[in-house]
Design a protein around this ligand. Structure first.
Ligand SMILES: Nc1nc2c(ncn2[C@@H]2O[C@H](COP(=O)(O)OP(=O)(O)OP(=O)(O)O)[C@@H](O)[C@H]2O)c(=O)[nH]1
Length: 334
């Protein structure tokens, strides 16, 4: 009889030989483990996915598919997971042991196995399994902590601009200030045109690089210390421009369109232009008590939708109900 183990394991015993399987199961049972038995590879795979055992003791020589094949199927059935598998075989040849380890086994014992050796191997596997669980738990904790840090952070990790959280706080702050001063405040939401096509043509890595370049250009267009640019999410950016009335906002937007044209970041598949272009929605107000950040965002988003619908590569003003192209024709400017 095996000496009793500290922790109860669920062990799948796979052997087509009834006598050997039953004897081994009885040993394990007496040592305090929960045993599941399979007399064929197919049944073993079924029980493996149904019960997710802590350990598998797998006979190598079976009719039809052998233990090596079964081990490979088990490994394939738990990508990223790891259930210890110990082979049991009548053959102790070097080649067979090598094959067993190659097939995904963790250890290889030659039958008949001494109960003491078997128990020692179970303890070793159990220890490895516990360490693995601890590592998985640690990396899960780390991932959660990183997500929380990112959430608390004010910086967008891809572009280095303010993230949405910081933008929301800044917008509220500027709104309060503009309300106190009776001053004009402009919010611009802008979105890269046909960015999906860019990603599809160039791949995600170059797509990321493109977003970083756009971010840099937006940062450079914020010349006044109080202006600020941030990434609102995906390929959408926001600009908060304090002390900026409607006409000033339109002039700013047209300068931004020119900057994008001069920067000429090639877009391989844009129906709008050969380079990366932006569409934008502008809202400007002198806030009163009823003006909220949500209302400004809704107006800017509405105007952005219009800029997209009117052909892209333009900025639409919510209050003027006019885009930068129309304004250029009216003022004859630019
Ligand atoms: N590379 C990269 N792509 C992103 C990121 N965030 C969002 N995207 C992609 O941006 C694309 C946005 O696609 P859509 O919303 O269809 O917009 P669009 O293709 O720019 O089309 P319009 O806005 O109508 O001009 C999607 O393919 C997203 O996967 C990012 O951080 N990196």
């Amino acid at each position: 009889m095996l000496p009793s183990s500290h922790t109860q394991l669920t062990i799948l015993v796979v052997d087509d030989q009834n006598a050997a399987r039953v004897a081994l199961s009885a040993e394990l049972d007496q040592a305090g483990h929960r045993v599941i038995e399979a007399d064929s590879p197919d049944w073993a795979l079924e029980l493996f996915s149904r019960y997710r055992p802590d350990l598998v003791l797998l006979d190598v020589e079976m009719p039809g598919h052998d233990g090596f094949w079964t081990a490979r199927q088990m490994r394939a059935a738990e990508p990223g997971g790891w259930t210890p598998i110990i082979f049991l075989s009548k053959s102790g040849e070097d080649r067979a042991i090598w094959q067993g380890i190659e097939a995904g086994g963790d250890d290889y014992l030659v039958k008949p196995v001494s109960p003491v050796i078997l128990h020692a191997k179970l303890r070793a596997m159990q220890r490895l399994s516990q360490m693995r669980h601890r590592l998985v738990q640690l990396s899960d904790d780390l991932r959660a902590a990183n997500a929380q840090l990112q959430e608390l952070s004010h910086v967008d990790s891809l572009t280095g601009l303010m993230n949405r959280r910081a933008l929301d706080a800044r917008l509220q702050q500027e709104l309060d200030q503009a309300r106190r001063d009776g001053d004009a405040l402009t919010l611009v939401l802008c979105d890269v045109d046909h960015f999906k096509r860019y990603n599809d043509a160039r791949g995600h890595i170059e797509g990321d690089a493109c977003l970083r370049r756009v971010a840099q250009l937006l940062r450079e267009t914020c010349r006044r210390p109080s202006d600020c640019a941030g990434r609102y999410g995906g390929e959408e950016f926001a600009l908060i421009l304090p002390h900026t009335p409607r006409s000033g906002a339109m002039t700013y937007a047209r300068a931004l369109i020119r900057t994008m044209a001069l920067a000429h970041i090639p877009h391989p598949d844009s129906p709008v232009a050969a380079h990366i272009t932006l569409s934008g929605g502008i809202t400007t107000c002198t806030p009163d008590e009823s003006t909220t950040a949500e209302v400004l965002l809704m107006r800017a988003d509405d105007a952005l939708y219009n800029a997209k619908s009117y052909g892209r590569n333009r900025f639409f003003s919510y209050e003027m109900q006019m885009d930068t192209d129309e304004q250029r024709h009216i003022t004859g400017n630019g």
